[in-house]
Write a protein that binds this ligand. Sequence first.
Ligand code: FAD
Ligand code: FES
Length: 270
Amino acid sequence: MIDEQARLLSNREVAADFYLARLNTPHIAARIEPGQFVNIQVSAGMTPLLRIPLSVSGVDSEGGIIEVLYEEVGPKTRALSQLGPDVVLPTLGPLGKGFAPPPEGMRVVLVGGGIGMPPLLYWGLELKQRAHQTALLVGARTANKHLPNELLTPAADAVHLATDDGSLGHAGLVIDLLQYELGEKGPCAVYCCGPHGMMQAVAAICLEAQVPCQVSLEEYMACGIGICVGCAVELATAKGDTDYGRYARICVDGPAFDVRQIKWGNAWPT
Ligand SMILES: Cc1cc2nc3c(=O)[nH]c(=O)nc-3n(C[C@H](O)[C@H](O)[C@H](O)COP(=O)(O)OP(=O)(O)OC[C@H]3O[C@@H](n4cnc5c(N)ncnc54)[C@H](O)[C@@H]3O)c2cc1C
Ligand code: FES
């Protein structure tokens, strides 16, 4: 883990309230894997106090550049959205454990929505380089909440969109698209990141279908480095393979987990 002085290269709105920032961080860019995240200090003052954990959505390791995609939802993302080129942001990374690879040659389905898209975009690019056939299923509330095609299409062989209000792509939930992929197109490995309800539904479907599935649990975090235990998630079985027995700390033991590891509660892992 490195605390690097990252230089902001660009920061632009790419969909309604979604921003794409490019940061020059050569040391982090050389090491970060898909599914890992960085913790960025967006202000030199006391507020916002905490750093903001963001997954990496793309890497140019030779150029020393990482990309992060974020939705403006509160003080830290608002502060970041207002910054321009050449601002220097202390950035800790690479953090956490990323995605484990699928079985060699297996088709992959990536299922994402909202702030869950960034790690899937980086993972999709990597999987294509490893010659996995990939489909990217993306859910959003409405058309202007979808990321532009230029960001989605490089990450998969096929991209399928859904909107809750029917304004773009399939009218309904991204889960419907997953059911179709599993029912019609044969064996695959699934990777998912998005709102809590979506990840829980995807986990249930994949457990039922006995399809390998990993989720990235981007829970609210404080320290992001394993100290505060504010990001604990209960495990399905207490294997004693973490320092906290029945619980894992999402920031160091995840954020990527096999869905079979997690004790899924009524609404969310408890
Ligand atoms: C490992 C990790 C990776 C992440 N990657 C990304 C990313 O790539 N892009 C991105 O936009 N965001 C990402 N997030 C989420 C982002 O860090 C939070 O949304 C952050 O709290 C925003 O800070 P804020 O001060 O702007 O808003 P806050 O005031 O902290 O939050 C605004 C609202 O969103 C809710 N909220 C905050 N975080 C979460 C969460 N994780 N899940 C559900 N609700 C939440 C809060 O309860 C509050 O109502 C990631 C989080 C983690 C832990
Ligand atoms: S956020 Fe502090 S231990 Fe995970």
